[in-house]
Design a protein around this ligand. Sequence first.
Ligand code: GTQ
Length: 367
Amino acid sequence: MARIEEVAGRARVHDTEELEEFYQRLEGLGTGALWTVANEIEPWFPMPKSVPMHWAYQDIRPLVVESASLVQGEKAGRRVIMLVNEGRKDISAAVGLLYTGLQIMNPGESMTAHRHAASALRFVVEGSGAWTIVDGDRLRVGPNDFAITPNGTWHEHGNEAQDNFVIWQDGLDIPLVNALDANFYQVHPDLYQVPGKVINTSLLTHGAGMLKPDGRSWSRRYSPCLGYPWAMTREAVENLGKVSDGTVWDGVIMEYVNPVTGGSVMPTMGAHMQMLHAGFAGQAHRHTGSVVYHVAEGRGHSIINGRRFDWKEHDIFVVPSWAWHEHHNDDADNPAFLFNFNDFPMIHSLDLWREESFASNNGHQDV
Ligand code: GTQ
């Protein structure tokens, strides 16, 4: 049944017996009449299937921990509890075309190496001892560190701690790459990589915002810096907060960047850290692009399309494309830090970025 819109310029052909019979003949030939679906496939504005959602860490953590004794990491490949959007169960997306999940690794555990066309990133939630090897570069990561595993790189990871598990959040563009029918997957021929001698090589090379003599010859589309430690990130955002009030929507926000180009860390996914100063009451805005947030520090709430979501440390919530959203820090004495990853690099590179503030829109909910 076509969605009729009685507006000049929109499809408004009512069904008749004659037309229905015509549509059947079209269907039999692998064809269809555009006007029966036009209003749906060309909405006036983005109509995401994803809905705003919030996952409280205290609710999910016990199940993540339970999974550590229920399945062997080696059998599961990756032992991950996915966060699945109500409206996107069909593609295992958390929001839009982004996937996310919480991965747990037992003490001494390591996962086998593989690579795929999808890009991945990690935001460490708890536990010391985690490491990843990306194309032979072994990186150590701790709580609130951010790390990338770009498209096509061999990667494996594990936990070298003796007595604590590690939980980190995975973010991948799997639903996007699958939507484009462009995914490939390979298990490493030796199952494990042989890492280079020096741990944290990419960070030692690129971690200070400086370039070595041939630094500009890096020609990949992703950042040569694979890790972004929390202490440096927090300090950078805090320092910016000393010289700038930030924006009325996002407070003091900074993007993790490729140090060679200043561009996003990967071509499909970008990531930010933002600080909402004590008592910050953000204004609402909306934009194209989907966002997955992780509360790195603090407590507060966000209002997303009119629904309030209270959050605290390590909670995860999502803002679908074109949804109004505003952030509040409910602690009068301490800043809150929100990590996010998003599909903005794609949206920008395809000239699909649109942004609007609630104030300038006079509060109209729709167009
Ligand atoms: O570590 O590459 O959560 O391939 C899901 C799929 C993590 C990974 C996930 C993956 C990975």
